[in-house]
Design a binder for this molecule. Structure first.
Ligand SMILES: [Zn+2]
Length: 400
């Protein structure tokens, strides 16, 4: 039990940690918005689709750089353009801009914040009687101890590293072959080459490229005939779009979610597009937590960062974005099926090292053949994805 003096100390630490945490996130968002790459000549964008080039021109206009092109960064380490850009120097620039965020100096640098957060965490753990912050943080997780975490990582890491080395060897072989065929000097695989040559190896191995798939993965179709369809098959859920509720952004759609017996289970908010004010990645949020005590039904949202297409163009997803949509909906299901008395324990308020379980399971429906066949339809003529391509998708989804 803490003395009054220690309680006061803990309160101060928690307050400072909360402040630093908020500042950290604000810096991350400000830095990603400030870290775009300007391209003068459209030739440098070789490899991008017409849609991607149009988006880059629009992004430049939005920054008053008319006539130029802007590659805006997503708030992830990898950047989608790296898959397609043939200009290696530009790939390097994008990658380096991406990974230097937060630690390159300047007003949004988080280095000092991280150092202060770690100091405070170590002090907090000591105050609470733990040898370190990892032990303190894991006390109420399913893993329980740092030893258990390290034992599991010790099992995973050798297999993961072996896989990565095998993939790197495949990529290097592709580079060597291509450079030789073009009569150009070879080079060593670098991080900014990984996505680009992965896509080439994938094309060679499975004989298709991402751009062949995208027309079959229109966003609303993936959501309604893929994600919702799977939830209908698995749990008997049904969904009805609502247009009468006020939303915080025009791009947001809202659905009533009905349980198998027809009663209302939840409201689902779908917010797919990247915006300058939005934090990166994809996540689920419960705006109203289910609670037997208050009688509240859950209102849950999925927030994604899919690049918004130019006006009038359809939103066509990559395979990665399709699986992310399924994944995040697994978290949404976790929140919607919550059945507890106290809102404190509602939905995804479970140990952090369990919380990815429902989402990982839901993600597996994306390439389940009957589900995939139900949503993989061409956005222009609704034609089904050709069986051969469908099979390649399933095979290639196990690749990289
Ligand atoms: Zn997740």
């Amino acid at each position: 039990k803490l003395s009054d003096a220690d309680k006061a100390k803990l309160k101060n630490m928690n307050a400072e940690l909360a402040r630093l945490g908020t500042k950290f996130s604000q810096n991350v968002l400000a830095e990603v918005n400030a870290s775009y790459i300007v391209v003068d000549d459209v030739k440098q964008l070789d490899g991008l689709s017409a849609g991607q080039i149009a988006a880059a021109a629009e992004a430049a206009k939005a920054r008053k750089l008319d006539g130029k092109y802007v590659i805006a960064l997503l708030n992830t380490t990898g950047q989608p353009a790296l898959t397609n850009l043939t200009d290696r120097a530009l790939r390097q620039k994008i990658h380096e801009t991406s990974v230097s965020r937060g630690s390159k100096g300047g007003e949004y640098d988080n280095t000092a914040l991280v150092s202060r957060i770690m100091t405070l965490r170590a002090q907090k753990a000591a105050l609470m009687g733990f040898p370190n912050y990892a032990a303190y943080g894991l006390g109420n997780q399913t893993a329980k101890t740092p030893e258990a975490v390290n034992a599991m990582l010790g099992q995973l890491a050798p297999a993961a590293v072996a896989n990565a080395r095998r993939e790197a060897a495949d990529l290097q072989a592709m580079i060597d072959r291509e450079q030789k065929a073009a009569g150009k000097p070879g080079f060593e695989l670098q991080p900014w080459d990984w996505a680009f040559y992965s896509e080439k190896v994938r094309q060679a191995k499975y004989n298709f490229d991402e751009s062949q798939l995208k027309p079959y993965f229109e966003l609303k179709n993936v959501l309604e005939n893929g994600v919702f369809f799977a939830a209908g098959k698995e749990f008997g859920l049904s969904f009805k779009q609502r247009t009468d509720l006020p939303v915080y952004h025009d791009d947001v759609t809202v659905y009533d979610v009905f349980d198998a017996d027809g009663s209302q289970l939840a409201i689902f908010i779908f917010d797919p597009y990247a915006r300058a004010s939005k934090r990166g990645g994809a996540w689920m949020n419960a705006y109203v937590s289910q609670s037997g005590l208050t009688g509240d039904k859950p209102v849950v949202a999925n927030h994604l960062n899919i690049p918004k297409p130019p006006a009038g163009k359809p939103t066509l997803l990559t395979w990665d974005e399709v699986t992310t949509t399924f994944h995040e909906f697994g978290h949404a299901l976790h929140g919607m099926f919550s059945n507890v008395k106290y809102p404190y324990f509602s939905g995804t308020a479970v140990p952090r090292d369990f919380v990815e379980f429902p989402s990982q399971v839901n993600e597996m429906w994306a390439d389940e053949p009957t589900i995939l066949a139900n949503y993989a339809k061409h956005y222009q003529n609704c034609s089904a994805m050709p069986q051969a391509l469908l099979e390649k998708v399933i095979a290639a989804s196990k690749f990289n």
